[in-house]
Write a new protein. Structure first.
Length: 309
């Protein structure tokens, strides 16, 4: 008889693009209310969970992960420990993360790792919470984690973690232009607040509570890329441009060479270009490659975290 194989569980979870992102006024607790329309896209993180005596994480895949922490501050380890703590699982896990989502690119790769880890460990340990039971744990780990668990298209409000599914039809094609440097999310927000303070006389005061425009909801509901291109918006984009002016040149290049529209995803620095179809996607990739820009292509919406082994 052969030796029994150690059971492993592999789960993949998608990165996301914020096709719409509004930021409310800075509140007394230092946070902002946000209103976002998330679309899960076909760039996946794969997390393999293997039984172990303690908790560890290692990375594989095409992305340079040398800057990533593998200690207890890592979101995947935090997710595994949180599940163990809440369920009394009393076991460890060795996590292997195959990364495909750009790091610090505003695409929720770390959140996808956490969502995939929750689902993988729930299966591995037989803790039986399932997707619905894992959602509150996901929300406590970060605003984008519940979305990576659910996938599809959703409206996020509050701190971004209050999710409601949005009706969506068809498939959208994206070309993602990657930047070498990351942008610090807190710095992008501070730059936005500063800009609003400096120009408070000239701009309409920002409401504390914000919502997703009807136009963007109608665009995803109809599956019409042209309408979505018109409705996309990101309040953080101006701040990202101020910190990294080359992003605005990149956006102009893409929009002048066939993209229906471009947007900084989340706090950047990834720029997501919406294109009409796979042919337009390949053409834009070629243009950006000649300009020395690294790109990835993706389609959305796609489902959330799923077991694949």
């Amino acid at each position: 008889m052969g030796t029994r194989q150690t059971q492993t569980v592999t789960v993949r979870a998608p990165g996301k693009i914020n096709v719409f992102f509004r930021v409310g006024a800075l509140q007394d607790d230092g946070y902002h209310d946000v209103a976002s329309l998330y679309q899960a896209v076909s760039l996946y993180e794969e997390v393999t969970a293997t039984p172990a005596d303690d908790f560890s994480v290692r990375f594989t895949g095409p992305i340079d992960t040398s800057t990533l922490r593998t200690d207890d501050s890592n979101l995947a380890i935090r997710a595994a420990k949180l599940l163990a703590e809440r369920t009394g699982a009393g076991r460890g896990v060795a996590l292997t993360v195959h990364k495909r989502v750009p790091i610090a690119g505003g695409m929720g790769g770390g959140s996808a790792d956490a969502a995939a880890t929750l689902l993988a460990c729930d299966e591995l340990w037989g803790t039986g919470l399932g997707r619905a039971g894992l959602l509150p744990l996901a929300a406590s780990l970060g605003a984008d984690v519940p979305f990576a668990l659910e996938g599809g298209t959703a409206v996020g409000t509050g701190r971004g973690d209050e999710l409601s599914a949005a009706l969506a039809k068809g498939s959208f094609h994206w070309v993602l232009a990657l930047s070498d440097g990351g942008l610090s999310t807190p710095l992008v927000y501070r730059t936005l607040d500063q800009h609003r303070d400096e120009h408070s006389a000239d701009i309409v005061p920002t409401p504390e509570q914000v919502r997703v425009d009807t136009a963007v909801l109608q665009a995803v509901r109809s599956g019409d890329a042209g309408s979505l291109a018109d409705a996309m918006h990101n309040d953080l984009q101006a701040a990202a441009f101020r910190l990294a002016p080359e992003l605005s040149e990149l956006l102009e290049l893409g929009e002048s060479r066939g993209a229906l529209a471009g947007i900084v995803s989340g706090s950047g620095p990834t720029v997501a270009f919406l294109v009409s179809d796979a042919v337009a996607s390949a053409e834009l990739q070629a243009v950006l490659a000649r300009a020395g820009v690294r790109t990835l292509t993706a389609t959305g919406p796609v489902p959330g975290a799923r077991r694949i082994d």
